[in-house]
Structure formats: structure tokens, C-alpha cells
Design a protein. Structure first.
Length: 302
């Protein structure tokens, strides 16, 4: 209605603006009056058509607005219904959860009660079984004690018999052992005497060999010194006693004059130094007799 009123006022303003009130109105002529009336009628028809068009646009707009509002209302209702359904579903789920909790608790309580009952029954059964086992154990223990007592008696008798037999066997074995031990000792004594005699004979033979070897190597040492000894007539009939220490290879490690003619002793020391090495036996027991010796050197004349 406001839009229609505004349109009417606008049309009137346009018509008024098109009229010149300052000049004298033209005098109508009979020929011009009819077109003016017709123009006014046409303008009013346009205005009316425009107004009708505006009304129709307004109605269309209202219908569209109403349709939009109805759609919004529908969506709001659907959203509300969806929320209500979701809330109902949540309430149902919560109710189901609580019901399940109740049922679970009932089941747990029932299971606990059944378990307690089962435990009680097991305790009673265990107590009965323990009592039966105790009595059975006592009976078996009594029987076992009697059996062991009988076995002990028999074992003692057998042990006594075996001990007597063992004592007799040991006595016999001891007599036999003593006889064998006496025979063995006698045999060992005879063997020891034989070995001692053999060892003594071997030692005597070896001592003779060592003495012979020592004499032989002593003569060889003297001969070596004599070969390196420079003599003169002033030494005739004179001697020199010297100490010599030898290494295993015959090398002279030390020598010194013990007594004798000074000329002969100087010549003897020179001869020993000139020789450097003296004959020595590779046999250890012979070397032991020769590693430190005292020699008497007397110059020889052809």
C-alpha cells in the first residue's frame, strides 16, 4: 500500500511539474480539447498498469518471501525434529547404557555370589579332601612305620650277618695282605740290594772311567801347555804349580801361580795364555773334575 501511494504521488508530481502555472493557460480550441483528454486517459491507464505491475511484483515478492520463510520454517522444523530425534536417541542410548549397567551389575553380583558359593563349596570339598588325605596319610604312615620297623629288623639281622661275614673276610684278607706284603717287602729288599750292588758296581766302573778320563785330559792339558812353553837351560829341573779354571768349551777363564820357580811360572802363564783353550771332556762328571785344577808344570828338554 505504501508503494502504491508513493507511485500515485509521483505520477501527480510529474503531471504538476509538466503544467506551467505562470503563463496564462492556452485557450482551448475545439480541435485541441479531445487529444488532451485522451492523453490524460492514456497516462492514467499507464499509471494504473504500472501500479498493477508494482502490486503484482509486490505480491510475487511477498509470495517468494513467504515461500522462503516457509522453507526456513520447514528446515527449522526439520532441524528441530532432527535435534529432538537425536536427543531422543541419546536418551534411549543413555537408558540402554544404564539398563546395561544394571544388568551388568546384576550379572556381576550373581557371578560374585556364584563364585562365593563355589568357593565355599570348594573350601568344604577341600576340607573334606584334606581330612580324607590326613586319615589316609595317617593310615599309610602307620603301615609304613610297621613296614620300616620290619625292614629295619630284617636289615639289622642281615647287617649283623653281613658284618660277621665281612669281618671274617677282612680278617682273611688282612692275613693274606700281610703275607703278600711280607713277600713283597722281601722281594723289594732283594731287588734293592741287587740294584744297590749294581749301582755300586756301575758307580765304581764309572769312577774308574772318570778317574781315567780325568788323568787322560790332565795329561792332554799338560801336553798343550808343554807345547806352548818356551824353555831355556835355566829352567832345567825346576817346576811351577798353577791354578786353572776352565769353561765347558775349554776356554781358560782364570789362572794364577800357586808356587814354584818364578822363571818357570812366567813361562807357564805365557804358555796358558798362548793356548787360550785347553782340552776338556764333554762329559759332565769328567768336566766337574777338570773345571778347576791345580797343575805342576816342569819344563821338558829333549
Amino acid at each position: 500500500m505504501l508503494i502504491s501511494a508513493g507511485l500515485h504521488l509521483g505520477v501527480i508530481a510529474i503531471l504538476v511539474a509538466g503544467v506551467d502555472f505562470t503563463s496564462d493557460p492556452p485557450k482551448p480550441t475545439p480541435a485541441a480539447q479531445e487529444p488532451i483528454v485522451q492523453a490524460v486517459v492514456v497516462d492514467q491507464q499507464k499509471v494504473a498498469a504500472q501500479v498493477e505491475k508494482l502490486k503484482q511484483q509486490k505480491l510475487d515478492e511477498q509470495r517468494r518471501e513467504k515461500a522462503r520463510q516457509d522453507e526456513l520454517d520447514r528446515k527449522a522444523r526439520e532441524a528441530k525434529q532432527a535435534r529432538e530425534r537425536e536427543q531422543q536417541r541419546i536418551r534411549n542410548l543413555e537408558a540402554e547404557r544404564k539398563q546395561q549397567e544394571i544388568e551388568t551389575k546384576r550379572a556381576a553380583d550373581a557371578a560374585k555370589a556364584a563364585k562365593l558359593k563355589e568357593q565355599e563349596e570348594k573350601k568344604k570339598a577341600a576340607a573334606a579332601e584334606a581330612d580324607r588325605q590326613r586319615k589316609e596319610a595317617e593310615r599309610k604312615a602307620s603301615e609304613e612305620a610297621a613296614r620300616k620297623a620290619e625292614e629295619k629288623r630284617k636289615a639289622e639281622e642281615a647287617a649283623a650277618k653281613k658284618a660277621a661275614e665281612e669281618r671274617k673276610r677282612r680278617e682273611e684278607a688282612e692275613r693274606k695282605r700281610q703275607a703278600e706284603e711280607a713277600a713283597r717287602r722281601e722281594q723289594e729288599r732283594q731287588m734293592e740290594e741287587a740294584m744297590a750292588a749294581e749301582q755300586a758296581a756301575l758307580a765304581a766302573r764309572r769312577n774308574q772311567q772318570v778317574v781315567s778320563e780325568v788323568s787322560r785330559y790332565t795329561a792332554m792339558i799338560k801336553a798343550t801347555i808343554q807345547r806352548n812353553l818356551v824353555v831355556n837351560e835355566a829352567m832345567r829341573g825346576k817346576t811351577c804349580q798353577v791354578y786353572i779354571r776352565l769353561a765347558k768349551d775349554g776356554f781358560v777363564t782364570a789362572s794364577r801361580v800357586l808356587s814354584g820357580d818364578s822363571t818357570v811360572c812366567r813361562a807357564t802363564e805365557a804358555a796358558i795364555n798362548r793356548a787360550g783353550r785347553l782340552p776338556v771332556s764333554p762329559e759332565a762328571d769328567v768336566y766337574q773334575q777338570l773345571k778347576e785344577i791345580n797343575l805342576t808344570v816342569q819344563p821338558e828338554f829333549n
